[in-house]
Write a protein that binds this ligand. Structure first.
Ligand code: BJW
Ligand code: ZN
Length: 247
């Protein structure tokens, strides 16, 4: 069996990469927790729950409108960590799946193709009446009608709030069960079920797990290996260990 020299992994090994807000910080999108956290002055619990949306839809829509505008600002681009993961998918002979908690589109812009957005996508809207999901790049005021059912005041951001079920969990757990290497990049390990994926990896006893984060996460001790530093440094270096330098 051919092996990747640095990792000792068989070349056909399956890789799952979980990413969080930390991978997009160096692209100019702030993370949620810690110093300089997202939209200081906004408490996540006030804007990221279905209860908040029911109570104050205008405030919640405004929060996501601001973030959508920021994402579409020309200055926001994928950074070398996103690009390295896309490169890994292109060059690794086995399957690579990126499972992102991020609602930005920087992985797809970098070129990742096998990608699951478990907490939804900022550039899509969902109808609360007919469940239709459609691309959305404008502000999402209450006056818009659903293009599917024509319903008024039924559109919300296509994102997963606390207390809601994350997307594509079955596919994610299947991939975790079958993978040989699990990488966790730029996530604080405070939000479940994503924070529990490393536990799932240990339960299966099959894959090696590696945390790549600025600092130890809440679940850091559960990983086989930890490399701490900015994603722009630790991710390209780790990918290089797996596939060598870019051509
Ligand atoms: C860098 C860096 C650089 C910085 N380079 N790194 C009690 C116990 C257990 C669970 C629960 C509980 N009570 C309630 C729950 C469930 C709840 C939950 O986990 N709550 C916790 C607060 C305790 N979870 C849910 O409700 C989920 N649904 C659910 O559980 O359904 C039922 C179910 C049952 C069984 C199985 C499966 C399901 C839904 C969670 C939805 C989360 N939604 C949000 C908002 C999405 C839309 C949006 O973006 O606005 O998702 S909240 C927010 O947190 C967002 C993120 O995706 C998520 C995770 O944050 P992330 O990515 O980790 O960011 P940060 O900021 O926390 O961390 C960044 C990290 O990067 C830091 O460590 C930095 O150091 C690092 N960093 N710069 C590298 N340059
Ligand atoms: Zn509809």
């Amino acid at each position: 069996m051919h092996q990747s020299i640095a990792s000792g992994l068989p070349r056909e090994a399956r890789i799952v990469v979980l990413t969080g807000a930390g991978i997009s910080v160096e692209s100019g999108l702030p993370s949620f927790r810690g110093a300089g956290g997202l939209w200081e002055g906004w408490r996540l619990e006030d804007v990221a729950t279905p209860e908040a949306f029911a109570r104050e839809p205008g405030i919640v829509q405004r929060f996501y409108d601001l973030r959508r505008r920021q994402l579409l600002d020309g200055a926001i681009r994928p950074n070398v960590a996103h690009i390295a993961l896309a490169e890994l998918e292109r060059r690794w002979p086995g399957e690579v799946l990126v499972v992102t908690q991020n609602i930005d589109d920087l992985h797809e812009r970098a070129g990742s193709r096998r990608l699951i957005h478990m907490h939804g996508e900022l550039l899509k809207a969902r109808c609360t009446a007919c469940e239709a999901v459609c691309p959305w790049r404008e502000d999402l005021g209450l006056e818009h009608a659903c293009r599917g059912c024509g319903g008024a005041n039924t559109l919300r951001p296509h994102v997963v709030w606390f207390g809601e079920m994350p997307l594509e969990l079955e596919a994610i757990y299947d991939a975790l069960a079958l993978c040989d290497l699990f990488l966790s990049v730029g996530t604080s390990g405070q939000v479940y079920p994503a924070a529990g994926f490393v536990q799932e990896i240990r339960r299966h006893g099959r894959a090696r797990s590696v945390e790549l984060n600025l600092e130890p996460s809440e679940v850091s001790a559960l990983f086989d290996e930890r490399r701490h530093g900015p994603a722009s440094e630790v991710v390209p270096r780790y990918v290089e260990d797996l596939v060598g330098r870019p051509d």
